[in-house]
Every structure is written in C-alpha cells, then in structure tokens.
Ligand binder design. Structure first.
Ligand SMILES: [Zn+2]
Length: 485
C-alpha cells in the first residue's frame, strides 16, 4: 500500500452517480454519427480531470524522466494526428507491476511499468498508445466509464455494507485490476483499428502491435498475470492478431511513408534499469509477517490467511472467506478523530471504544456493528486506529456477528502486533530490475539466458518478457532483457 487513497473510491462513486443523471446526445468524433452519450464533452473532460489525481494517488507514478519524456513526446505527436487533436492530453507511467494501459475520458492515458517492461520495441508501445488514444477519441470511455466505475468501485466502497461480503475475499484476489475499465468487443476492435491508424501516421510499423497481442496471450495463458482490458473481451486473440496485421498492411499502402520504424534497440536501452515485478519496498510478506520498508511498520498475519497488497490498502482474509481485515490509512489527525470519521463513513454503530497503547504507539480501539435492514444480518467490526510517524493507520477486522468470536483473537493479534520496523535486513530489500544484455556470440535465447546467469525456472518467463521463444536464434551483438536485483 502507499499513501492515503482509500477514500478515492467514495469520491469516484459520487462522481459516477452524478454522471449517470446527465445524459446527452453528441456526435462521435470518429464515426461522425450522433450517439447517446452519458457525458457532454465538458463533463467528460471534468471527469478525467477529477479522476486523474486519484488514479495517480492510488497507484503512484513511476519516476523516470527519460521514459516520461518519451511517452509524452509520442503521445502528443499522436494526439495531433488523431480525431480529437483539440483535447489536452496527458500521458503517465504508473508504478504497478500489472501489465496494463488504460485511458480516462478527456485525454488521460496511463501505462503501468509492467506493460513498459513487456514491450520490446517502440512500435509495440505506439500500437498500444494508439489503442488507448482511440478509446478517448471514439469516446468509448465516456460511454462506459460511469457505469463501470460505479459497479466496480461500489464493490469496494460498499463492502462493509454489503451482504455479499463473503465473496469479497475471493474478489480481492483480482486486486487492482478491478479499477480498470472493460470495454465491449466492438469498442476494442474499433480501438485496435485506430491504434493501427494512429501509430502508422506517426511512422511506426503497426504489424508490431499484433506481435504484442501474442505477448499478452502468453502472459494470460501462464496465468500469473492478470490482463484485464486487452484480452478479457477478446475470446479469440488469433483472430484479433490477423485483423490488426491486415489493417497494418492496408494502412501502410494508404500512407506515403516508405519506411516504418520498429526501433528495438532504442526502446530496450531506454528501459534498462526499469523496476520489474512487485516492488517489496511497498510492502511484502515473509514468514507470516507483513513488512512495509517505506512506511517502516510491520505486523503479523494470521497463519493460513491470504494477503493482497494493493496500493491503497492491504487486504487479509482466511481461506473460507468468512472474515476480512483491511489496513488503510485513516482520515483524521489523531486516532480519536479517525475513529469518528470511520464510524461516520461506514455508518457503523459503536458498541464500545477505548484508548490503547500498541507497542508504544497511541491508539484507539473500537467495537462496532452494522445491521443490514434487508437481510437482518449483522456485521461485527473491530477496528484499531494507530498513530505512527504523523499518520493514522486503520486496521479493520470484520465478519458476520455469528462468526465474530471465532476471529476476534486473530484480529487482535494482528492489530496489537503492529509495530515500528527497525530490522535493516527487512528495510533494505530491493526490487528486481530489467537489465539489457548484449549477446557476444551467435546463439539462441535459452543459451544466452543461461550464459547471463538466469535460473532455468525463469527461462519461460524471460522468453515472454523478450517476446521470443527459447529456441529463437540470436546473432552476435543483439540486445536481450535479463533481470537483476
Ligand atoms: Zn482497450
């Protein structure tokens, strides 16, 4: 987790509600046809403007000037040749290992560092850039945004209120993917088309975009990565590849440029040193303890519980999904204020409250309940609000009232185990980084990875990262990606 962002969800929820009430007709900039729009152009821009800081707060930005300048330059260049050059576009890199790119209405485009790690040349990047700009210019997001964010975010915000929260522990496994929009199949195809058009117009070989779909397919087959937007609405990626390939050839015939750039070496040199995979500095679990090296705290996790570390919160749940603990940053200057804010936010009925000291830290514990009028079910909640280094941490433990006694001791063990992290070996963990390695003889990828000291159990992962098969021949002087701490 990082920085206060939990309340982001409620604000977006409110925005979504407003948006749903404001329907209007508009002309689609891409098709020229009039269509029913949920948002006017001004509202669309306002929605993007208001949501952008919250997306940035929730994920954090990945700080790399060279990459940032590159995506700005290409993004602005592409925006100028798009169907909506008048919008004010912004392009940002988010500090997330998840492989994704997405757009907000009004001109905001985001790439995760996870997707940047998986591109193998500038042309692949340009294809996805064009696809995302396409969602904006064809106004897909304006049509989809409010309803989707409402549904997905309501799940998080309404969790405490919901009788369905049993299922939540399972859903939490999808993690931050919940925040990403899913578009319909037609919208995705239209964006693919626009991605080909826009990337061709700025001089890139759009056939590479089809290759990148191959990388996404391999990632999703491997199962470890969630690929929320690109593949979920495309049951037939092979067909999608074929279409994009055809379109790329058509566009290259249409445009006058005789040469289309791929720029593999340029791209690889730019991402040399990029953080790869989870960044343990933002929290990790080791031997039943959650450590947060940046925020300098630790606490024990009940044995057998699953942990999902999201940018805005840490979720913990037992296998049976009958209880849930959430660690977030609280609003309020001190534990008492934070407790009041929490009771109000979730509309909880306080049963008792007491002042505590948790490993030398000032804290308030609250026992509360929430009754669901429709189902007559009662959710019981134990919360600790702990002040540490100028912040107030909120740990919520909840279950249905009938199960609560089963879990209270485990809740307390975690909450009362919250403490300052001082162990340097836990604090000085480092993430892995992409390193660009030059092959010094004619070989193949497998041998080159071996030569570079990459363990055999990671060869397949690295083959996907390189967009190659392990038996792919490499000639002397070629660049490949390896990973290093
Ligand atoms: Zn898309």
């Amino acid at each position: 987790m990082r920085k206060p962002a939990f309340f982001l969800y409620l604000r977006i929820l409110a925005l979504g509600l407003i948006a749903l009430h404001l329907q209007s007709c508009a002309t689609n900039p891409v098709t020229g046809k009039s269509q029913l729009m949920l948002l006017s152009k001004d509202q669309e821009i306002a929605l993007g403007e208001q949501s952008d800081p919250e997306i940035v707060a929730a994920f954090g930005r990945y700080d790399n000037e060279e990459i940032q300048n590159f995506i700005n330059e290409k993004g602005q260049q592409m925006a100028r040749v798009s169907h909506r050059p008048e919008l004010k576009y912004e392009f940002k890199v988010l500090d997330s290992p998840v492989v994704n790119a997405f757009a907000l209405p009004g001109g905001y485009v985001y790439f995760t560092r996870g997707i940047l790690a998986h591109f193998n040349n500038e042309a692949e990047f340009a294809g996805v850039l064009g696809h995302e700009i396409g969602h904006i210019t064809a106004r897909h997001s304006a049509q989809q945004y409010s309803r989707q964010i409402l549904a997905q975010v309501g799940l998080v915000a309404g969790m405490v209120l919901s009788e369905d929260f049993r299922q939540y522990a399972g859903l939490a496994q999808q993690g931050i993917g919940l925040l990403f929009l899913k578009f319909g199949r037609d919208d995705e195809s239209e964006s693919d088309r626009l991605g080909v058009e826009y990337s061709t117009r700025i001089g890139y070989d759009a056939h590479q975009m089809a290759d990148f779909f191959g990388t996404l397919k391999r990632l999703s087959d491997q199962g470890g990565q969630s690929i929320p937007t690109f593949l979920s609405t495309h049951p037939d990626p092979a067909d999608r590849n074929r279409k994009v390939d055809q379109l790329a050839s058509q566009w290259q015939q249409k445009t006058s440029g005789s040469q289309y750039n791929v720029n593999r070496n340029e791209y690889l040199r730019m991402i040399d040193g990029l953080t790869y995979g989870e960044d343990p500095r933002q929290g990790y679990v080791e031997s039943g303890v959650f450590y947060h090296p940046e925020l300098k705290f630790q606490y024990p996790i009940p044995s057998g519980w699953r942990v999902n570390n999201m940018p805005s919160q840490v979720q913990m749940a037992p296998e049976d999904g009958k209880a849930l603990m959430l660690l977030t940053l609280a609003s309020g200057q001190d534990p008492a204020q934070a407790a009041d804010a929490m009771l109000q936010q979730y509309q909880l009925t306080q049963i008792s409250r007491s002042n505590e000291t948790v490993n030398g830290l000032r804290a308030v514990s609250v026992l509360a309940e929430q009754a669901n009028e429709q189902t007559q079910e009662v959710v019981s909640i134990l919360a600790y609000l702990i002040e540490y280094e100028g912040r107030v941490y909120q740990i919520l433990g909840m279950s249905y009232k009938q199960d609560f006694n089963t879990y209270t001791a485990r809740f307390r063990q975690t909450m009362e185990g919250f403490r300052k992290l001082t162990d340097p070996s836990k604090m000085n963990v480092k993430p892995e980084r992409i390193r660009i390695h030059r092959v010094d003889k004619d070989t193949n990828l497998r041998a080159a990875l071996q030569e570079a000291g990459m363990p055999g159990n990671r060869h397949e992962e690295l083959a996907i990262l390189n967009g190659m098969e392990l038996n792919q021949p490499l000639t002397r002087g070629m660049l490949i990606k390896v990973v290093e701490k």
